[in-house]
Design a protein around this ligand. Structure first.
Ligand SMILES: [Zn+2]
Length: 77
């Protein structure tokens, strides 16, 4: 079993106060979904439903954890 299986963390944006920034569940780096520079994280997968962003999977550039962001639709109301 040499395969490295990383845990995918899940962050529900509806559970986050403020402007949507949250700390990486593993290393604590603050991640802002509004940040599109890819210096802190990069987007690895997006899931769209009815032309609206439903789910986003990102990877923290510091610790390389994958984080699944959910709750976009609830925020868009
Ligand atoms: Zn991290």
């Amino acid at each position: 079993m040499k395969q490295s299986q990383r845990t995918i963390f899940q962050v529900d944006l509806t559970q986050i106060d403020g402007d949507g920034d949250f700390p990486c569940p593993k290393c604590g780096t603050v991640i802002s979904p509004e940040d599109e520079t890819e210096t802190v994280y990069k987007i690895v997968d997006t899931r769209v439903k009815n032309e609206e962003l439903e789910e986003l999977v990102i990877q923290c550039n510091k610790c390389e954890s994958k984080i699944r962001l959910v709750g976009f639709l609830a925020i868009e109301k």
